[in-house]
Design a protein around this ligand. Structure first.
Ligand code: FPP
Length: 241
């Protein structure tokens, strides 16, 4: 193929940084949590659209390790939203064949929330239609640090030899160890940053930074970004032959 080689397939794994809820609410003269509630409704629409666009894995950034710095009202509101979301959506997600997983450090999350997360993972574990991964108290550097700690423990216990540590070894310790790397990472709301999301995993991902605020993001726009991915060429550092 020539240098204009094009991919014939869409992204199998799409990761989304859902940004802009606060601004969306402020534009309407409403509190920031109103925007987060509107954002949570969008999640359902995008998850449901995945099979139609051939997306098998969807990973969404719901709460970062840095988000604890927000006001206590906003943090508590988001935690309560996650609990309500899981309780309310569990049956629908299961019926739609969605397997839900959570990534991030659970240690700082409250027990009621982590119990609901465990239950939803168990309820949906046999599903295969869509793999939805929700990142809560997630940070890419934190994930790599936690992974390295466990890897070092295995070395200290003699279960792993330092000479066997390579690019294949470390990802086995990441929260995402059962997931393929993301092919496409989307960030809404006009910010062109990756904000510590899936740092290791996105080494070869395509990025889309779009102006739409997350509560306005639609399945139609998602479909256009997925289609555009199919038009781009990915070489993984190789020269097209
Ligand atoms: C970023 O917008 C959004 C968040 C930190 C929270 C994301 C949460 C949701 C979309 C809703 C809940 C999700 C689930 C899975 C139930 P921002 O607050 O930073 O917006 P801003 O940049 O306009 O202030």
């Amino acid at each position: 193929m020539s240098g204009t080689a094009q991919k014939q397939h869409g992204p199998r794994h799409v990761a989304i940084i859902m940004d802009g809820n606060g601004r969306w609410a402020t534009q309407r003269g409403r509190p920031r949590l109103f925007g987060h509630h509107a954002g949570a409704k969008r999640v359902r629409e995008i998850v449901e659209a995945c099979p139609e666009f051939g997306v098998k894995y969807l990973t969404i950034f719901a709460f970062s390790t840095e988000n604890w710095k927000r006001t206590q009202v906003e943090v508590a509101g988001l935690m309560s939203l996650f609990r309500r979301y899981i309780t309310k959506e569990a049956q629908a997600l299961n019926l739609e064949g969605v397997r839900v997983r959570f990534i991030g450090d659970r240690v700082r999350l409250d027990r009621k929330l982590t119990a609901l997360m465990d239950e939803l993972e168990a309820l949906t574990m046999a599903n295969t239609r869509v793999n939805l991964t929700i990142a809560i108290n997630y940070g890419g550097r934190d994930e790599v640090a936690r992974a390295t700690k466990r890897l070092a423990e295995d070395v200290a216990q003699g279960r792993l030899s330092p000479s066997d540590v390579d690019e294949e070894t470390l990802p086995k310790y990441l929260d995402t160890h059962v997931l393929p790397d993301p092919d496409l990472v989307i960030r809404t709301s006009g910010e062109a940053r990756i904000s510590n999301f899936l740092l290791w995993q996105s080494a070869y991902a395509e990025y889309e930074f779009i102006d739409t605020l997350w509560p306005d993001f639609s399945a139609a726009e998602f479909g256009r970004l997925v289609a555009r991915y199919g038009q781009r060429e990915r070489r993984f550092g190789a020269v097209p032959g």
